[in-house]
Design a protein around this ligand. Structure first.
Ligand SMILES: Nc1ncnc2c1ncn2[C@@H]1O[C@H](COP(=O)(O)OP(=O)(O)OP(=O)(O)O)[C@@H](O)[C@H]1O
Ligand code: SF4
Ligand SMILES: [Mg+2]
Length: 452
């Protein structure tokens, strides 16, 4: 966290300032129904036999000056989304608007101005820099490609950019292998900043780096945003990195956004069960929440294939709250609270969206039984104690004969009430009672770990 926070950012050179800035808070990028299906071809004739539905209908917007964090497990389509919005991939369907202009299918010449405004930082600082080029050539490439001559020349501008990202401007002629991972990522950042972009999409910008270096690069991105008024989309596979930098966070699962909310709201009261499961995997530094270990939610089963995603809600095969409606009907991404959009029939921290439908799917029943057994045992104990008390009282008051009957009836009825009818209701009760800190049946899982 220490590190040279001093981001020496001089005024942007005239040559690099190509477009006017959008007012902070205005929608810079708007994505509607965005899809990318990669065809699967087979045989000599290369006939299409299916498709990988990597991104399958995304709706979101990015406002000027904000950082939108995008999280989700490996393979959920984050990088594909990043490549679509930077127009490195052609979408299968949907619409992408940048500053109100439809850029979904722009051709090469139409894309030229956009290439300056939208830049990408890649995950792997080792493979994303050409080892045979000096860093001067690498960072200067965008100027040559765009035919831009910065004031004072390319070399001077590149040296300025090197100092902006905390590198020695004298190292202009060195090669990528002479730099460490963190320094290489700084070179990647300098290259992305060369043309003074408006939107920077960073795909796992720190996940290839040592933990100690991650904080430095995250801080650098933070500082650059403050100094240059940049807008970021930062992709990560866990919540701890995006938590630090994001204003809003989109949680993706199998090609879809399942929850999109302000950062604090998402951490305080996650509404989608998947968000809750992801969060339970993040170590919580707050000592007041030491009990966090016992709150972990174990997601059961593997991530389904994006070639044939589950019907209805895609998370239903792993969700401990799934009911019949989850299997048949896809929940829309709806704004359930101001600033919090969720795609779930039975969201957490909220009144049930489908109270009429409470029959849990078999996957959910498994988790439910874990809780029910405990509740059952406790309840049986209480019943027995109460029955014994009643028996004792009755015996004292009216003589011995009636008491055993009373004790039997009350014991049986209480126990069966819990075991038969409340397999479902007890689970929902437990999860309600537990507020935002406890999950549900699945949180009771003794394994205490999560496969994110
Ligand atoms: N060019 C491609 N052709 C076919 N399938 C692809 C292609 N690129 C990505 N996919 C598939 O699309 C899905 C989403 O991939 P993507 O790389 O976007 O996921 P991701 O969320 O970035 O994962 P990770 O966290 O591992 O980087 C995966 O199933 C992947 O195998
Ligand atoms: S409760 Fe239903 S809709 Fe909500 S995440 Fe679980 S399976 Fe999906
Ligand atoms: Mg990726």
């Amino acid at each position: 966290m220490s590190e040279e926070k001093a981001v020496n950012v001089p005024a942007q050179s005239a040559g690099a300032t190509l477009t006017e800035d959008a007012a902070p808070g205005e929608v810079l990028l708007k994505v509607t129904g965005l899809q990318k299906h990669f065809p699967i071809k087979k045989g000599l004739l290369q006939r299409q036999v299916g498709a990988v539905r990597a991104v399958d209908g995304l709706d979101f917007e990015v406002r000027s000056g904000e950082t939108l964090g995008v999280v989700g497990e490996s393979g959920c389509g984050k990088s594909t989304m990043g490549r679509l919005i930077t127009r490195l991939l052609e979408p299968t369907a949907g619409k992408i608007e940048f500053e109100g202009k439809d850029i979904t299918h722009l051709g090469v010449s139409g894309m030229r101005p956009l290439r300056r405004d939208v830049q990408m930082i890649f995950q792997d600082p080792y493979s994303s820099l050409n080892p045979r080029h000096t860093i001067g050539t690498i960072i200067g490439a965008p100027f040559r490609l765009q035919g831009v001559e910065p004031e004072g020349g390319v070399k001077k501008e590149v040296q300025r950019l090197l100092s902006v990202v905390g590198l020695n401007p004298e190292h202009y002629n060195r090669y990528p292998h002479e730099f460490s991972g963190g320094q290489r990522q700084r070179i990647g950042i300098a290259r992305a900043l060369a043309l003074n972009p408006k939107l920077v999409v960073a795909d796992e910008p720190v996940s290839a780096l040592d933990v100690s270096i991650q904080a430095q690069v995250v801080n650098l991105l933070d500082d650059l945003q403050a100094e240059l008024g940049l807008t970021y989309v930062i992709i990560a596979h866990d919540l701890s990195v995006v938590r630090h930098v994001s204003d809003r966070i989109a949680v993706m699962y199998l090609g879809k956004i399942v929850e999109l909310a302000d950062r604090d709201q998402l951490y305080r009261t996650p509404m989608h069960p998947y968000t809750k499961a992801l969060m339970s995997a993040v170590p919580i530094p707050d000592p007041r929440r030491r009990t966090a270990k016992s709150e972990r939610i174990l997601l059961k089963g593997d991530v389904p294939s994006p070639i044939s995603p589950p019907s209805g809600c895609r998370f239903h095969t792993r969700c401990w709250k799934a009911t019949e409606i989850c299997r048949t009907t896809e929940p829309p991404l709806a704004e359930l609270r101001p600033g919090q959009r969720v795609a779930c029939h039975h969201p957490e921290n909220f009144e049930d969206q489908q109270p009429q439908d409470t029959v849990l799917l078999s996957a959910a029943k498994e988790a439910a039984e874990l809780v029910a057994e405990e509740v059952l045992a406790e309840s049986a104990e209480t019943s027995a104690a109460v029955a014994a008390e009643i028996a004792k009282d009755s015996a004292e008051a009216a003589g011995a004969p009636e008491s055993p009957e009373v004790s039997k009836t009350s014991g049986v009825s209480k126990t069966s009430a819990v075991s038969k009818t409340s397999g479902v209701s007890e689970v929902s009760k437990v999860s309600e009672d537990s507020g935002d800190s406890k999950g549900s049946g699945a949180s009771e899982d003794p394994a205490g770990s999560t496969d994110k």
